[in-house]
Design a protein around this ligand. Structure first.
Ligand SMILES: *[C@@H]1O[C@H](CO)[C@@H](O)[C@H](O)[C@H]1NC(C)=O
Ligand SMILES: *[C@@H]1O[C@H](CO)[C@@H](O)[C@H](O)[C@H]1NC(C)=O
Length: 182
């Protein structure tokens, strides 16, 4: 029974470790569907459709890949996002391979800095979940010894009853059967 308990304990420790790393690991997402490119999309809501599939968490980052000679990325307010207004961005990026860490919850708005690109759908809204949603998931409780005992085969009753006798009879019959078949 000891080995079974050890196995179950090890399994739970591994599971906890796996879940802990899964929750705290900062992930990196290259923006865009199949092409993974920050450029005028083939359909106007392509970037936001991509973003809607991901549950962004604080600490994750996005990477925008584009031709730095012809394009750029601007982080803007919601109003300027809606109007494709490039005049007063919160931040602007033009290195062609921009990594942006999502360091707070709430929405982030990005538009292209190239003339006319935002109007053609090169814009992206990222929603980052609040810390409450992303990190306060219930942790699997450690199993109590009672739970482990339930998983282990039940010990034979100590009182002299029909149980142990039946067990010995069945085992004996099996041994005899195996021996006689050799
Ligand atoms: C663009 O935004 C700036 C400030 O963010 C504002 O002053 C300007 O009027 C806006 N332009 C348009 C066309 O909405
Ligand atoms: C988390 O929830 C608590 C109360 O439920 C709230 O006071 C707090 O502001 C929330 N934190 C975030 C980051 O949303």
């Amino acid at each position: 029974m000891a080995s079974l308990k050890t196995l179950i304990c090890c399994f739970h420790i591994l599971l906890s470790l796996f879940m802990a790393t899964n929750l705290s690991e900062a992930r990196e997402f290259v923006v865009g569907g199949n092409k993974k490119k920050w450029e005028i999309p083939s359909s106007s809501d392509e970037f936001n459709k991509w973003a809607a599939k991901i549950r962004f968490q604080i600490g994750d980052s996005i990477v925008l890949k584009y031709d730095s000679k012809t394009d750029s990325a601007l982080e803007v307010t919601e109003e300027n996002y809606n109007n494709c207004n490039k005049s007063n961005p919160i931040r602007s990026y033009s290195d062609g391979n921009t990594k942006i860490t999502l360091d707070k919850s709430g929405p982030f708005f990005f538009i292209s800095g190239a003339e006319g690109h935002c109007e053609k759908g090169q814009k992206l809204e990222i929603k980052v979940l609040s810390a409450n949603h992303s990190h306060l998931q219930p942790v699997t409780p450690e199993p109590s010894p009672a739970d482990i005992d339930h998983l282990a085969p039940a010990p034979a009753p100590s009182t002299a009853g029909s149980g142990p006798k039946t067990w010995w009879f069945v085992t004996g019959a099996a041994v005899v059967g195996i021996l006689s078949s050799i």
